[in-house]
Design a protein around this ligand. Structure first.
Ligand code: SAH
Length: 411
């Protein structure tokens, strides 16, 4: 008894010592309520003073101007976002086991909401692990550490994945420009023993090749998993056109759900080859084929030729990455949706997505309404959804709500 009490005393004392040695970041008196309401980012212009010397990447403790504890997080003096909070618990010890327990609870959540094979295991800030992305593709994992603070913990994250999943392979896809804002190099490669990075995953009973090393982003877009099922009824017996198809997942779902014919277009030859292979993998190549094309040009041309489809599906990339060029994105979405709508038979459907957080849901609906007006078509909303729940949304962080998925009927 005496022993355990004194061991506890020693532990508390060490804890105290460790936080004593931590660098303190003190916020200005007038800061946006954002931080106290749950937003984990502290911008450089919100900091009154730093007690200690920041080298970058270390865990610091954040206080309000009147010495109230705010949280602990990783710092980077090179970044506009000088601290990203990891916890609001003053007693939490940020060590290897902190990350192991975090990953364990991320997996518990995904299992709770029904994921077994493929899912985004960690969705950064929405999982309390700022700038960390981990995608799970059955026994394989793809990891992105997009801030200096989390990049430091890569070995701990790999150990945690090994302990929780004993995976067949772990791959790093840090070939992302945003890392440069943190002073980090772009890089990719194995974080486990090398393995064949071309794997097959199963989604909604269909099979897809995914190239973890060469594919876009982490290799596959998991955020549309549930939305792909939403097209089930409308594509039955339909002639379907898909544009921006990448691995061809929406289109292959359409063929599987009973479409009469499916044509998919993508500007990337590599994507088209992969999509055609995926159609073959599912024995759907006779009804589902993919061609290399610029969707903007082809859709315009076909509208002139008065081509018609029962269902048109669009899933373009984010047309902008910064608020400064938001107008470019608005124009892009309006233009492509206008062209898509013109190709829909009266009474048919347009399935359309937008994946940039810079266009909020209301604005996206407005853009679609503007496109309909210009196309002189009347529309009604069938369903309006967001990303699948393995990418949870934090109300205090608008940018976690990024995907818009809309089905409209077009008259
Ligand atoms: N629908 C896919 C994801 C699409 S990602 C899925 O569910 O997984 C966007 C795709 O648009 C990329 O494959 C990219 O190559 C393609 N793309 C970009 N610009 C294009 C253009 N102008 N015409 C056709 N495809 C384009």
């Amino acid at each position: 008894m005496t022993l355990s009490v004194s061991a506890f005393g020693l532990y508390v004392c060490l804890l105290g010592l460790s936080s004593l040695h931590m660098i303190k970041v003190v916020l200005k008196r007038k800061i946006a309520p954002r931080v106290l309401l749950g937003h984990p980012w502290i911008f450089a212009n919100e900091v009154e003073r730093v007690e200690g010397e920041l080298s970058g990447g270390e865990v610091v403790v954040v206080y309000t101007h009147d010495q109230k504890f705010v949280g602990q997080g990783y710092a980077n003096p090179r970044s506009q976002i000088v601290v990203r909070l990891l916890t609001r618990d003053a007693g939490a010890v940020i060590d290897e086991s902190f990350f192991l327990e975090k990953l364990r609870s991320c997996w518990e959540y995904r299992k709770r909401i029904g994921y077994t094979e493929n899912c985004r295991l960690v969705f950064g800030e929405a999982d309390g692990l700022p700038q960390l992305i981990i995608d799970k593709f059955n026994d394989y994992f793809v990891l992105q550490t997009l801030a200096l603070g989390i990049d430091r913990w890569k070995p701990a994250l790999v150990n945690a994945l090994q302990e929780l999943f004993a995976p067949k392979g772990i791959y790093e896809r840090n070939d992302v420009p945003v890392r440069e804002l943190e002073g980090l190099p772009q890089q990719k490669g194995f974080l486990s023993e090398p393995f064949d990075t071309r794997i097959i995953i199963e989604e909604n009973g269909l099979r897809f090749y995914v190239d973890l090393a060469q594919g876009q982003k982490t290799g596959y877009f998991l955020d549309q998993q549930d939305n792909r099922r939403a097209i089930r009824s409308i594509v039955k017996d339909a002639d379907v056109l898909g544009a921006f198809t990448y691995t061809g997942t929406f289109e292959i779902h359409a063929a599987h759900y009973g479409a009469r014919s499916v044509l998919g277009l993508d500007i990337s030859a590599q994507a088209v080859a992969q999509a055609n292979e995926n159609a073959r993998l599912n024995g759907l190549q006779d009804r589902c084929r993919f061609e290399e094309a610029n969707a903007f040009d082809v859709l315009k041309q076909w509208a002139k030729e008065k081509k018609q489809f029962d269902v048109v599906m669009l899933d373009p990339p984010a047309f902008t990455k910064s608020r400064a060029t938001l107008q470019k994105a608005i124009t892009g979405y309006k233009e492509i949706n206008l062209r898509g709508m013109k190709l829909v038979k009266p009474g048919g459907f347009l399935v359309t997505s937008s994946c940039t957080n810079l266009v909020p849901p209301e604005l996206f609906l407005e853009i679609i309404a503007m496109a309909a007006k210009d196309a002189r078509r009347s529309i009604r909303q069938v369903c309006f959804q967001t990303q699948s729940p393995d990418h949870p949304i934090i109300p205090a962080m608008e940018n976690t709500h990024y995907l818009k998925f809309l089905i409209i009927q077009v008259q």
